[in-house]
Design a protein around this ligand. Structure first.
Ligand code: KG4
Ligand code: ZN
Length: 329
């Protein structure tokens, strides 16, 4: 079964062709980072207009070498994300479905991040899915820091989420404070490599809860930088360590309490090797983490998730609408 995935929820226009929910045939991502970098963050209206320009060329590139007759269905992200951006992908999917007669299914972007772990390139042996249920999913992206218990395909229960800034959002804001540019995660990781985590920064443990909070950490760093005399690399390293300490400890604790078989990491922040190495080292159960280019937004994960939706008999009608605040679990 071959599924075309389409993803336009934020600032990447992406399309991918995936077979059996695991083998990537094509995976095209057109990033808008350069366009938004000058504003220090994603400008929604600029993003949706850019998707409009790029979505057809990106889909054509993903389909190069394939015919519509080879495809079994179209999976498209319908939330969460920016309304104007989501609309472009959903309408493109509907137009193709109308022209080809193919079925479509709306995919939750957060669930799609988790399904990046089913892609062949994510499994240590390269042999496709090695996931065992129940598993604990940590989704850490620009908009979310969620801990979920996954009992089977499409079956999620929320255990904890952020009470303020998401982990990726904290990285982006900290990078702005340090003058490191957008997106902040990769910039902080690079800068941290040249520094020492020697600055005293707080950790919000929120004992007895699986929730996260990162806004206090960001404010504390702002005050430290305002006082002056702080090296950017040391501040970046200290910030990264503070985020890692909390993500690692809370994920491991949730895994122990919920007695899972595995931990699945996903989302842009899971591209951070300092954080993932720590979780891999400390976890009592096997940890799966996609390679960095499948942690950040892409359409292969959307196609992988769509494959399992189609297999479960789920399809969407032409009245599929976008849900910008869609949650999971
Ligand atoms: O999953 P994603 O590509 O898009 C959303 O769904 O939000 O995540 C983007 C977020 C950004 O906040 C970015 O700064 C962060 O992931 N990120 C990282 C790294 N690469 C991307 N954070 C820490 N370390 C990284 N290497
Ligand atoms: Zn994402």
């Amino acid at each position: 079964m071959k599924i075309l995935g389409i993803e336009t929820s934020c600032d990447e226009t992406a399309a991918a062709l995936v077979e059996h929910g695991s083998r990537i045939i094509s995976n095209v991502v057109a990033s808008q980072i350069d366009i938004h970098a000058r504003y220090g963050g994603v400008v929604p209206e600029v993003a949706s207009r850019q998707h409009l320009l790029t979505v057809i060329p990106v889909i054509k590139e993903a389909m190069a070498g394939a015919n519509w007759q080879d495809i079994d269905g179209i999976a498209v992200t319908y939330g969460p994300g920016l309304a104007g951006s989501l609309l472009v992908g959903v309408n493109a999917a509907k137009a193709i479905a109308l022209a080809t007669g193919l079925p479509i299914v709306g995919v939750n972007h957060l669930e799609a991040h988790v399904y990046a772990n089913w892609l062949e390139q994510s499994s240590p042996s390269g042999q496709g899915s090695e996931v065992r249920f129940p598993c604990l999913c940590l989704i850490v992206s620009g908009g979310h820091s969620d801990l979920l218990l996954m009992k089977g395909h499409g079956s999620f229960r929320a255990l904890g989420r952020t009470r303020d800034d998401a982990a990726g959002e904290a990285f982006d804001k900290a990078a702005r404070i340090l003058g490191l540019g957008y997106p902040g995660g990769p910039a902080i990781e690079r800068s941290a490599g040249a520094g020492t985590p020697c600055l005293p920064l707080p950790r919000a443990w929120l004992k007895g809860s699986h929730d996260f909070s990162f806004s206090g950490l960001k404010t504390a760093m702002w005050h430290l930088v305002q006082k002056g005399g702080v090296s950017v690399a040391d501040a970046a390293a200290s910030f990264q360590l503070a985020v890692a300490d909390v993500l690692v400890a809370k994920t491991i604790e949730a895994a122990r309490q919920s007695k899972v078989e595995q931990i699945l990491l996903s989302g842009g922040v899971a591209a951070n090797r300092t954080i993932t190495r720590r979780i891999l080292a400390d976890s009592p159960v096997p940890v799966l983490v996609p390679p960095p280019h499948l942690c950040t937004d892409n359409a292969a994960m959307v196609a992988a998730c769509g494959y399992h939706q189609f297999r479960a008999g789920n399809t969407s009608d032409y009245d599929l609408d976008v849900i910008p605040s869609l949650s999971l679990g």
